[in-house]
Write a protein that binds this ligand. Structure first.
Ligand SMILES: [Ca+2]
Ligand SMILES: [Ca+2]
Length: 223
């Protein structure tokens, strides 16, 4: 009887000792990623995790679900651990990009990791680990859904009067911009001087449309 009790206690302590968030299946969601702009921070001590991926050090898994095209900045800047490593994976677990050292470009400590990418809507995973030892890693993830990051057709640089006409079937596109749940088409227009601009969907086959206008930083007009 006594022996059984000890055995159960041992099993329990093993379960308590292993943190969730240590595998792809138990990855913790990056909260706020459904917003147009977000800033997420999470610090974990990898000493309390296990090693299932990458280097021989323990891993912390985060899941990033994007509903729109965004520029994403993933950083270990400010971590207590002096040397870290980072992977960005797609939904099936394949590495999109990894980073060892930011080389002092962004973090004060050049051995900390940093990734900056424009990502399309979808599910991604971030794996954080120490380079050669475990310790506290501060993960920050920032997202920016400026229209500049949407896949677009470039209509060119305009300095004189112009008319630009284009017909596209939105069915051949994807829903990159979060406005409506329908698929969208984006055009980029660069003006070298002040102009009176008229934007129109007149003549479209689609009976009901929506139009958004933005600058490189944010959307400024919805029609
Ligand atoms: Ca590892
Ligand atoms: Ca490193």
């Amino acid at each position: 009887m006594k022996r059984n009790t000890i055995f159960i206690l041992l099993i329990l302590s093993v379960f308590v000792g292993v943190k969730a968030q240590n595998t792809q299946a138990t990855a913790v969601n990056v909260s706020g990623a459904e917003n147009a702009y977000f800033n997420y921070a999470n610090e974990q001590n990898t000493a309390t995790f296990t090693n299932t991926y990458g280097r021989s050090t323990n891993d912390v898994w985060h899941k990033l679900v994007l509903t729109r095209a965004m520029e994403i900045v993933i950083s270990h800047c400010g971590s207590t651990l002096s040397d870290t490593y980072m992977y960005l994976l797609n939904s099936s677990g394949t590495v999109i990009v990894s980073n060892d050292d930011c080389d002092g470009l962004v973090c004060e400590n050049s051995y900390l990791s940093y990734i900056k990418r424009v990502l399309m809507p979808g599910t991604y995973y971030i794996v954080s680990e120490g380079y050669s030892s475990n310790g506290k890693i501060l993960l920050t993830v920032r997202g920016n859904s400026s229209p500049n990051y949407l896949p677009h057709t470039n209509t060119g640089i305009k300095s004189e009067n112009f008319t630009y006409t284009s017909t596209q079937n939105t069915d051949n596109s994807q829903n990159y911009y979060a406005g409506q749940s329908s698929k969208d088409v984006t055009y980029k227009l660069t003006l070298t001087r002040a102009m009176d601009i008229t934007l129109s969907h007149c003549g479209s086959t689609l009976p009901d449309t929506y139009l958004h206008l933005g600058n490189v930083r944010k959307l400024i007009l919805h029609l």
